[in-house]
Design a protein around this ligand. Structure first.
Ligand SMILES: [Zn+2]
Length: 278
């Protein structure tokens, strides 16, 4: 190994020689059995070697003694496996993400006056199957903060949004001209509601588009992996090499996994992955 290119390390050279060029997950390990770092790539070998050329990672690399890997048939398999392994093993050098099990969201409801947002959470509403949900927040408070922020940015009325009590003089924003006047009839309610939707649209959560589970099929030189997904949850992966399925999670209809949602929403909605529907 060229010493001028790589950060100083004590990694077993046989481990490095064994790294494959395919996609999958790699695991940096120190003297113990616990992982120091877990990552994924479509090319395990080149990604790991690029870590070894990164001076900022010198302290992690100095502690590393071996690098293990698990190959996957495709990129989605690598993303799903990495996300699951990081959650299960919390490696020292992966960013500590607080594991949120319960989420809040904003739901738009139609009333006789117009569109009204309400705060819902994953305890009472199934976030994967309920339409007109916007944003995933770690608490009801965070959802409310976001609504306040959007009101400010988009000239929305906080009385109409349910953030302030009704008053005959209109909302506080009207006095300081941050509200365009939906509370006192200066602005058409429909125009206000259209702006509310525009403000929220980028946060919209896609409803699971199938009536039940589907399989996402990844294939690489005859090796096939099928990832079974329902309601944005990864349930299991079947592998043609072993002829067996590895169960990932037991499906609870109320479950919503933000990480797998974020991994899967684009490939599924844009149909850029081979999807088998039952
Ligand atoms: Zn107002």
């Amino acid at each position: 190994m060229n010493g001028t290119l790589y950060v100083q390390h004590k990694i077993d050279p046989d481990c490095l020689a064994a790294l494959p060029n395919g996609s999958g997950v790699y695991i940096f390990k120190g003297q113990g059995t616990l992982p120091l770092y877990i990552g994924k790539s479509v090319n395990i070998r080149s990604r790991v070697l690029s870590h070894l050329r990164t001076p900022d990672e010198a302290s992690m690399i100095a502690q590393t003694r071996r690098i293990d890997f698990i190959e996957t048939a495709g990129e989605l398999g690598a993303l799903l496996l990495e996300s699951r392994m990081i959650k299960e093993q919390s490696p020292l050098f992966n960013q500590r993400l607080r594991r949120v099990r319960r989420f809040s969201s904003l739901r738009l409801r139609q009333t006789d006056k117009g569109t009204t947002p309400e705060i819902v959470d994953s305890k009472t509403v199934n976030l994967g199957t309920t339409p007109k949900l916007f944003g995933l927040f770690s608490s009801n408070y965070a959802a409310k903060q976001k609504l306040n922020e959007l009101a400010q940015q988009h000239g929305l009325c906080k009385v109409v949004l349910g953030l302030e009590k009704t008053s005959t003089r209109g909302c506080f924003g009207l006095q300081i001209k941050t509200c365009l006047g939906a509370c006192v009839g200066q602005e058409e309610r429909q125009a206000h509601d259209d702006r509310l939707l525009t403000a929220l649209i980028d946060l919209q959560i896609e409803v699971w588009p199938y009536s039940g589970p589907v399989e996402l099929i990844e294939e690489n030189n005859g090796w096939v992996q099928k990832h079974r997904i329902n309601n944005w949850c990864h349930l299991e992966t079947w592998c043609s090499k072993t002829g067996q399925a590895t169960q990932v999670t037991t499906f609870n209809p109320q479950d919503f996994d933000r990480d797998s949602y974020q991994i899967l929403v684009r490939p599924i909605m844009l149909q850029t992955v081979n999807i088998q529907v039952y």
